[in-house]
Design a protein around this ligand. Structure first.
Ligand code: G3I
Length: 363
């Protein structure tokens, strides 16, 4: 059944029996300050985020900031169905420091304010990455001292701006090299050497001692090599006294066809070093057109991962990389693939949505 992308917005002055339906066609200005809204009942009650809170876990989604600004139906579901949000792109280096020493938090501030209004935790992404950097940075020829100054200033300003608003930060994103071992080529590695990672964590901790700090990566081909390297790097940082709190496993199916038993083993290794694990970017790319078999496989993927997280002592964060198919990054990056999130492009639940609800309700 296809349900129109429609939400009901209500003000606090209205009671539930006097809902005012609005059509949420694209291009309308979203009412980000709307105190409450009711998404289509097909998503189930209580909302997913309430089920998550009852289990003591954070279940969130990456946020596409332009969708949030223009699509009220998107904003409604995001605000009511999750207890955590994570800016998909608007906290990245190119977004926050577009010119040297010039900071712009406009896009990210909207998401943080939205989260506050909806009592959601914010997972912040990311401070250091070898991609999505501004031209001024990629074309720079820094000395080590200049690079240290640029890195420490960036982290101090960005983490400082969001101090006490980010429950978690991906401090270094995708540090592992392309073969799954060693470190990925990065401007910071070139200028500073491997200690750029330790330093990034130290700077972030200094700017917000209460934020939990993560090393985040994917596992190309799911052969485990990259995840092992990631966990072992995190453990060695922890043993060296670096203020790291956890490991982020991205878990995009197209990069990381995850195996639950292997993940449980890696989570136990992390736990032994008193490190948390967060599942940070879960999605499941389907070869289009969608068919029932693929939708069932997608549901199993989400369900297995969430259940694996819930079964571990140190996994209390489960984040999906977009909650609905219209704005997902997958079709833009992988031709012929899409439908990787639990809701379809009309915000109708797919089997994966129900699978998440069942996993959260099953002890
Ligand atoms: O905002 C510009 C827009 O002005 C321009 O017209 C358009 C033309 O292509 O590009 C827009 O920017 C794009 C941006 O997404 C917003 O849509 C960038 O080109 C594009 O590179 C960027 O892709 C993002 C990618 O990270 C690179 O930063 C994806 O949305 C985002 O989903 C993806 O997320 C990453 C995580 O950060 C790390 N883990 C892997 C994950 C998937 O690749």
């Amino acid at each position: 059944m296809i349900v129109n992308r429609t939400v009901r917005l209500v003000t606090t002055a209205l009671i539930v029996t006097a809902l005012t339906p609005i059509s949420a066609s694209r291009g309308q200005q979203a009412k980000l300050t709307s105190p409450t809204c009711t998404p289509s009942s097909v998503l189930g009650t209580p909302p997913l985020g309430k089920l998550a809170t009852a289990r003591g876990v954070l279940v969130g989604s990456a946020v596409n900031d332009s969708a949030l600004a223009t699509d009220p139906a998107y904003a409604c579901v995001l605000g009511t169905e999750f207890n955590m949000v994570e800016p998909e792109n608007s906290m990245k280096f190119a977004a926050t420091e577009p010119a040297p020493g010039v900071f712009d938090f406009t896009r990210a501030d909207v998401i943080v304010a939205f989260a506050k209004l909806h009592h959601q935790s914010v997972r912040c992404h990311n401070l250091v990455w070898n991609l999505f950097n501004p031209n001024w940075l990629t074309s720079a020829t820094f000395t080590k001292q200049q690079a240290l100054a640029a890195l420490s200033n960036h982290i101090a300003k960005v983490v400082g701006h969001f101090r006490s608003k980010c429950s978690q930060w991906d401090v270094v994103n995708e540090p592992i090299g392309p073969s799954g071992t060693g470190l990925a080529p990065s401007p910071w590695l070139k200028w500073i050497g491997p200690s750029y990672i330790n330093l990034a964590f130290t700077y972030a901790h200094r700017a917000d001692p209460n934020a939990r700090l993560y090393l985040n990566d994917y596992d190309f081909n799911g052969n485990g090599v990259r995840t092992r390297s990631l966990v072992s790097l995190a453990v060695s940082l922890r043993r060296a006294g670096v203020p790291i709190d956890g490991v982020g496993l991205q878990l995009h199916s197209i990069q990381s066809p995850a195996r639950s038993a292997f993940l449980s083993q890696q989570m136990a290794t992390a736990a032994a070093a008193r490190l948390s694990v967060a599942m940070t970017e879960v999605d499941y790319a389907i070869a289009l057109p969608v068919n029932t078999t693929a939708l069932v496989a997608e549901a199993n993927y989400f369900s297995d991962l969430l259940s694996t997280c819930l079964a571990a002592t140190n996994c209390r964060t489960f984040n999906i990389w977009g909650f609905e198919d219209q704005y997902s990054w997958i079709p833009g990056f992988f031709t012929g693939y899409g439908a990787g999130t639990p809701l379809d492009a009309h915000l109708n639940p797919k089997p994966a949505w129900q699978a998440l609800r069942v996993a959260l309700s099953t002890k």
